[in-house]
Design a protein around this ligand. Structure first.
Ligand code: AHR
Length: 505
């Protein structure tokens, strides 16, 4: 809460936002709006891929409804095949005639049989259809340097070579020329339980043989820290020559309770709601701390941060496979998305990419499916609202916000970020997390004489409102009109429990 002292009287400052429209310097990489699809539960199988012979409408095996929904979001990238799955995935099992592909057990996720019918070609062709950038995570934990090196050759080499020839025999003439390459996943845990010193050495070895081919320079991503493991970041920055890594990752999940009792996705008290959002807002401090360490070794911010797993993690829905991580998605999740995306925008000088976990049917999903049915979650709608920020220039803001307090938990009611699009439009995204108070916000646009405003917003009757297969439109986007100019300031009434995106030009 911002408090001002006036002639000895303590008064609450009004809610005020200053947007410095002529002081933008840093581009918000569109890749901050990226996604993650693992071989986990019904994310790939049933969520993205049903196979060409399915009764569910599909384009060459990919669900038509899911494809269209992702296309509408212009998703900038998609991370695959894991997650923990990546470090037990052997890519050669997923190429060639489907009937000859070996099966394996997905030991991390439900112990189900993985038939490898979705492999390298299926993933990269899907990315091409979506016109999105692929991001592949290679196997360090149970793979070999040779295996990873050959995968890169298979995907990216244009000349005559054993792997490029194999790719051609499997029906793909041109290389895909992919850029983003992760060297292992969670090597501190499911990816091999390594120490940071050991992983740093492994990274150097694997990254050396993940070759750049003509027209396909890899952007190499070191597997970074688990949440507040600042030592992991410190050691990697110390031990890996900066020229050998383009970025380092970071994983952070928002869990209302603890790993043993995470909490329900739909049944929660107002206090638990606020705790969840307080934990989501912690991303700001988390990034500050990792960035401070990185700044020490890399003051020019050449090595980027990639938050390639983030989102809410609750107890699974009752009567679903605990290994499938299927959860509902309510208005609360929309706020987690809005706060986190605002935070990434505001850290755009170091954060180059982020990937929400996970695209369909897993954790904080954009989309849920049930056989032929599909619905868009509140989180999907936040990504839709925030589209104008992609590749726009971050604008410095100053926010004075009142607090929201429930029992012992107290945080800012408002959370914002702002950007400038190429055509001069100023985009302002505002989350008002107050459960029942509309907030009058004065927005001062400095350095801009823009006057024409349009807006869209998201709200719902209850904090736990969600879209279900019976009613898919409980939480959706509406036009926003509750603003008016007062001299040079824009007075906005931000509805209780809402996410508003204004565009001023
Ligand atoms: O997203 C689910 C899992 O969370 C991923 O497989 C793993 O990397 C993380 O622990």
């Amino acid at each position: 809460m911002t408090v001002m002292m006036l002639s000895g009287l303590t008064v609450l400052a009004q809610n005020k936002l200053i947007v410095n429209a002529d002081q933008g310097k840093t581009q918000i990489s569109k890749h901050i709006y990226g996604h993650f699809s693992e071989h986990l539960g019904r994310c790939i199988y049933g969520g993205i891929w049903v196979g060409p012979d399915s009764d569910i409408e599909n384009i060459n095996g990919y669900r038509t409804d899911v494809f269209e929904a992702l296309k509408n979001l212009n998703i900038p990238n998609l991370r695959w095949p894991g997650g923990c799955f990546a470090d037990e995935y052997h890519w050669t099992d997923g190429i060639g005639p489907k009937s000859e592909r070996p099966k394996m057990i997905n030991t991390h996720w439900g112990g189900v049989t993985e038939d490898n019918s979705f492999g390298t070609h299926e993933f990269l062709n899907f990315c091409e259809m979506l016109e999105t950038t692929p991001y592949i995570t290679g196997n360090v934990g149970s793979g070999s340097v040779e295996e990873m090196s050959k995968w890169v050759e298979y995907i990216n080499f244009d000349g005559v070579s054993p792997m490029a020839d194999l790719r051609r025999r499997n029906g793909r003439e041109e290389p895909w020329n992919i850029k983003y390459w992760g060297v292992g996943n969670e090597s501190w845990g499911c990816g091999g339980n390594m120490t940071p010193e050991y992983y740093a050495n492994e990274y150097r070895r694997y990254a050396t043989f993940a070759r750049n081919y003509p027209g396909a320079r890899l952007y190499k991503i070191a597997g970074g820290a688990n949440s507040t493991d600042y030592n992991w970041t410190e050691v990697l920055m110390q031990k890996i020559p900066l020229r050998m890594m383009d970025a380092m990752s970071l994983h952070y999940y928002t869990i209302p309770g603890n790993w043993g009792d995470k909490g329900s996705s739909t049944e929660f008290s107002e206090r638990e709601y606020l705790v969840t959002l307080e934990k989501a807002a912690f991303m700001d401090e988390l990034l500050d701390k990792h960035e401070t360490i990185m700044d020490k070794y890399d003051p020019r911010k050449r090595v980027k941060l990639i938050v390639d797993e983030w989102g809410t993690w609750y107890d699974v829905e009752p009567n679903t496979n605990p290994g499938f991580l299927y959860q509902q998605n309510t208005l609360r999740d929309a706020f987690v998305a809005a706060i986190t995306l605002n935070t990434f925008n505001n850290h755009a000088d170091r954060v180059h990419m982020a990937n929400l976990a996970q695209t369909v049917n897993v954790l904080q999903a954009l989309i849920l499916t049930d056989e032929k049915e599909m619905l868009l979650t509140p989180t999907y709608h936040v990504f839709d609202l925030y589209k104008p920020h992609m590749d726009a220039i971050l604008l410095p803001t100053h926010l004075e916000s009142e607090d929201v307090k429930i029992e012992d938990v107290q945080i800012d009611a408002l959370n914002v970020s702002s950007s400038l699009s190429k055509d001069g439009t100023v985009n302002i995204s505002i989350a008002n997390i107050h459960p029942d108070k509309a907030i009058d916000l004065e927005v001062a646009l400095r350095g801009s004489d823009a006057k024409s405003v349009s807006g869209r917003y998201l709200t719902a009757p209850e904090l736990n409102s969600h879209n279900s297969f019976e009613n898919k439109d409980v939480v959706g986007i509406q036009e926003f009109k509750d603003y008016k100019w007062n001299k040079d300031a824009l007075n906005v009434k931000v509805p209780a429990k809402s996410v508003v995106v204004l565009q001023v030009k």
